[in-house]
Ligand binder design. Sequence first.
Ligand code: PLP
Length: 392
Amino acid sequence: MKNNNRSNLITSKLPDVGTSIFAEMSRLAADTNAINLSQGFPSFDPPEALLDRISYHLHNGDNQYAPMAGVPALRDAVARKTQRLYDRTANPESEITICSGATEGIFSAIQAIVRRGDEVIVFDPAYDSYEPSITLAGGITRHNALRVDDKGFDFAIDWQLLEDTINRNTRLIILNFPHNPTGAILQRRDLDQLATLVRNTDCYLLSDEVYEHIIFDGEVHQSLLSHDELWPRTMVISSFGKTFHATGWKVGYCIAPQELSAEFRKVHQFVTFTVNTPVQYGIANFLDSSPEFYARLPAFYEEKRDLFCRLLEGSRFSLQPARSTFFQVLDYADISDETDTELAIRWTRELGVASIPLSVFYDEPIAATRLRFCFAKDSAILEAAAKKLRAI
Ligand SMILES: Cc1ncc(COP(=O)(O)O)c(C=O)c1O
């Protein structure tokens, strides 16, 4: 007899993938009325002038399909920013593509480059979208754990491990600095070291730089775009969601040399085809007219980081202030020996503060006693959360 229950026929292409921990913790926070410092989104609005620009374009006829690669005004503005900040000339016609947030950029880049059986190296703790995208492309993910110092806070690429992992089948290395969740950053010498390691290989680099403008203590973001030797094999992804306090807009971009951008666009045009038009025009106007907005982001978020860390003085957590991003890692080794996932769930329910356990960013189970807290929040929220955390 014919089996009409089609669900029996499905062999999942992503059998290990469930709902992301970010969505789960946010849901739990909402269900339990906890302060949500888990998922990375600001509690404040985008700048008023940017909202005005978008509203203008919404009301003035910019509501139909944008060109597949993005509206020219936005690509031009991104090209100018790239030249100014990273001294890289990227042709807006052929080397810059606007995509639907960094998530689509990462997915499209991976589909464009990775073939069945190719190996892709990611650094754990790793953002959760990389591996499923690699798996869907038929690739194999090789996990390199970042090396961590004795205190458990300072994360860095283990160059020896990377050298040992690279082989003939390595097609792509994915980097994410400034790094979510640890706040690790790259120095210039790291880019040089990377160049040495890939010099005689055919592998490409995908650099997720969504936190490019959120870096502290006078450090300067070392974009892969700024390195002449790496540029020909590099695709850089960024996102306006992090830069303009607008994670809900899902507008990002990919910058890559012409041949790589051409392949990227082949995928992008069938994943989303194009990104919403009025927001692109609004961002284009604002990027050009208000470069001081993103230039001030380091000071803006550094103040929030310092406030959150100061509010935790006298608590039983140990910490090292984040060097970048809007996440602060807290170590609870002196408080509990529960696993980080158990504790993150329990504290959401019982204490009323939601966080993300660091172990979910790893392939291999790790015995970490660390939780990630998002400090992209108004002072009152940080104060209320810190009060609860200090009381433990
Ligand atoms: C490291 C990293 N990459 C990519 C993304 C996704 O960015 P978008 O919201 O623009 O898709 C995020 C969002 O949290 C992130 O932290």
